[in-house]
Design a protein around this ligand. Structure first.
Ligand code: KG4
Ligand code: ZN
Length: 337
């Protein structure tokens, strides 16, 4: 089945064509305009999507070598995300599906991240424990089968990607901050400063990242700028170590609790080198198979949306012209176990 995927939930305008599990093309345009504001400006994102969507879709079709008449269906992110940004993709796809007379499906962005991971895998079996870590989400999900999810825990405040981005902003590093902290941390000492780890009371799989961010703010206020500027790499390494340790421990606890054999990580923060290294190491020690996504399928892309959409379209599930954009869409099972 040949599926065109479209992703416009935040600041990436992306289109991709897949043929079952094969990615024929994947075009991602990251909107540079936000970097000067140190974060995504929703109105600017929507306007950029409007400008970019037609040329990006055209480019994805051209480089796939597939004529649009050969497409079997279209998948589009319908939430969660920025409402104006989502509406650009959703409305574009509604029109295109009418014009081509092919079905389309609205896909949850988080489900897309999960399928972005599975795009990189040859062998896996359900159930899979997924750690989803992005700019907007930090979640542990038990995937029992295709399109079947149980949320085990999630952040009660900030997402881990947000902690990376806001931390980087406080340190005067660029946006998005995650890759920059990752890069600087490689030359730093993770034991330079002990940032707090939020374990939360009792045996639960929820997260909290607002305290880590505040701890960095307090540290920066209490130390002279000359001392701080000498130790940026060490601060990055210490901050990253605190953020990652909680992710690893909670994931491994959940894996043990549910007797899991396969663990996957998905979302933009899944590109983090310390997280990848330590999760692989911990899973190895427990005899768990680690499913790592290729870095290109960690951050937002439309190939992951196309792959998730394919699963729906193959099951005969489609959306209608009443599909809307849902900024707070929750991940739901389309299939029961
Ligand atoms: O999945 P994504 O592209 O967008 C959302 O759905 O939010 O994730 C973006 C997030 C940003 O917070 C960015 O800083 C973070 O992923 N990120 C990283 C790395 N690469 C991207 N965080 C830590 N280390 C990285 N290497
Ligand atoms: Zn994302």
């Amino acid at each position: 089945m040949k599926v065109l995927g479209i992703e416009t939930s935040c600041d990436e305008t992306s289109a991709a064509v897949i043929d079952d599990d094969r990615v024929l093309s994947s075009i991602i345009s990251s909107q540079e305009i936000h970097s000067r504001f140190g974060g995504v400006v929703p109105e600017l994102a929507s306007r950029a999507h409007v400008r970019l969507i037609t040329p990006i879709v055209r480019k994805a079709l051209q480089s796939s070598g597939i004529d649009y008449k050969k497409l079997d269906g279209i998948a589009v992110t319908c939430g969660p995300g920025l409402v104006g940004a989502l509406l650009v993709g959703v409305n574009f796809v509604k029109g295109l599906s009418r014009a081509l007379n092919i079905p389309f499906i609205g896909v949850n962005h988080l489900e897309g991240h999960i399928y972005g991971n599975l795009l990189s895998q040859k062998n896996y079996q359900f159930p899979i424990l997924f750690l989803i870590v992005s700019g907007g989400h930090t979640m542990l999900i038990l995937m029992k089968d295709h399109l079947n999810y149980q949320v085990l825990g999630q952040t009660r405040d900030d997402a881990v990607g947000e902690a990376f981005d806001k931390g980087a902003k406080m340190l005067g590093l660029g946006y998005p901050g995650g890759p920059e902290i990752d890069r600087r941390a490689k030359n730093g000492d993770p034991d330079f400063y002990k940032f707090p780890r939020a374990w939360l009371k009792g045996q639960n799989f929820d997260f909290s990242y607002s305290g880590l961010k505040t701890a960095l703010l307090v540290y920066l206020e209490q130390n002279p700028p000359s001392a701080i500027s000498k130790h940026i790499d060490d601060i990055c390494a210490s901050y990253q170590a605190a953020a990652v340790e909680v992710l690893i421990k909670k994931t491994m606890n959940a894996a043990k609790h549910f007797g899991i054999k396969y663990v996957g990580v998905a979302g933009g923060v899944a590109a983090n080198s310390l997280l990848r290294e330590q999760l692989t190491e911990e899973c190895g020690k427990q005899g768990i198979i680690m499913l790592l996504p290729e870095p290109i399928y960690c951050t937002d892309n439309a190939a992951m949306i196309a792959r998730a959409g394919l699963e729906y379209l193959n099951s005969g599930i489609t959306s209608g012209q009443n599909l809307n954009a849902y900024p707070n869409l929750k991940i739901k099972s389309a299939k029961k176990s």
